[in-house]
Design a protein around this ligand. Structure first.
Ligand SMILES: NC(=O)c1ccc[n+]([C@@H]2O[C@H](COP(=O)([O-])OP(=O)(O)OC[C@H]3O[C@@H](n4cnc5c(N)ncnc54)[C@H](OP(=O)(O)O)[C@@H]3O)[C@@H](O)[C@H]2O)c1
Length: 305
């Protein structure tokens, strides 16, 4: 029976990494952080209990020696580092690492590989393909988490709620449900995967906090604040899709946001996670509460006390 105790986190210094590192440490894993020698992160972003190695992500030897003694690798590298994960897989194999979790954590790239949005996510798709090709040497688990709910609300009101002028905007009817996870839930999902190495071996999993629609978010904000957030803008998913395709045709990868909004919000998109598709049950990951998550955001934003 494989047991995972030591975990190397690649790129744990960005938006998602700190939550994963926090949950790994809380669950008792020994965590090592691999950070680029060229990293411009100036503050100590890993907690003191994490051993940090500065590595050259383009050097097999540098990665190989930093991965010595690690049972698992969790890669949380941002987009510019996605393709370089193949070398990290090679180094992990050489170092005898048992499990590699690649930087996925979003749209189910297995499902969209042949769609326009999949073209933007091509490097992620190729890394999972690469891991599948090396299954005899190292095991892997990919995880699609959907949109980061709290992060998305904080950054863009999930493109639905504008706290500033107390308005909202929706794509299509606003009734389509989509897959979301809070950053904490992604951290818990990674922990559960590593605590269930056999059940999660060589699988692409789909987890979430809950499925939600734009209208449910607006309704929840209105109920919690006791104020109206009238819809002042309506966009059509087909227009977003078209705008994305035009951008992609000229190599403008900002197309991703247009595609993503259409993917999540188009009427009939069907990209919410069904019970059969969900791996929450497999790994023992409890769903979260929409109202509580929105309340936390509103408190953080100073709208509720
Ligand atoms: N579902 C969602 O809503 C959502 C939202 C955002 C991100 N994501 C996904 O979550 C994962 C992590 O994203 P993130 O936003 O946390 O990433 P990020 O903040 O952009 O970057 C994470 C870390 O990656 C490292 N890095 C940057 N460039 C690199 C390179 N060229 N080579 C190697 N490492 C590099 C850096 O660490 P060091 O400086 O320490 O080297 C950086 O702090 C990605 O797969 C991303 O697509 C999903």
């Amino acid at each position: 029976m494989v047991s995972i105790k030591t975990v190397a986190v690649l790129g744990g210094t960005g938006n998602l990494g700190p939550s994963i590192v926090h949950h790994l440490l809380s669950a008792g894993f020994t965590v090592t952080g691999l950070t680029r020698a060229s990293s411009t992160n100036s503050t100590p972003v890993y907690p003191d209990s994490v051993t940090v190695h500065k590595v050259d992500f383009a050097s097999f030897d540098s990665l190989r020696s930093a991965l010595d003694g690690q049972d698992a690798v969790v890669s949380v590298v941002g987009s510019p580092g996605v393709a370089a994960q193949k070398l990290a897989v090679d180094a992990a194999v050489a170092a005898g690492v048992k499990r590699f979790i690649p930087s996925e954590f979003g749209v189910n790239t297995r499902k969209v590989r042949d769609r326009p949005i999949g073209r933007i996510l091509r490097e992620k798709v190729e890394v999972v393909d690469y891991l599948i090709g090396r299954e005899g040497e190292i095991s892997w688990t990919g995880v699609s988490t959907g949109l980061f709910f709290d992060w998305g609300l904080e950054k863009h009101g999930l493109s639905t709620i504008n706290l500033g002028d107390k308005t909202s905007s929706v794509v299509d009817s606003g009734n389509e449900k989509f897959q979301v996870s809070t950053l904490a839930q992604v951290g818990r999902a990674v922990v559960k995967i590593l605590q269930h190495p056999e059940e999660t071996k060589n699988k692409y999993l789909v987890t979430s906090s809950f499925q939600v629609s734009q209208n449910e978010i607006i309704k929840t904000v209105e109920e919690l604040t006791g104020e109206k957030y009238p819809v002042v803008k309506r966009e059509k998913a087909e227009d977003l899709q078209k705008a994305g395709e035009e951008k992609l045709a000229v190599g403008d990868y900002r197309a991703f946001i247009d595609f993503l909004r259409a993917y999540n919000n188009a009427d009939g998109a069907g990209n919410a996670v069904s019970e059969e598709e969900s791996a929450n049950g497999l790994i023992g990951l409890e769903y979260e509460d929409l109202r509580e998550s929105v309340r936390e955001w509103l408190v953080k934003a100073g709208v509720l006390s």
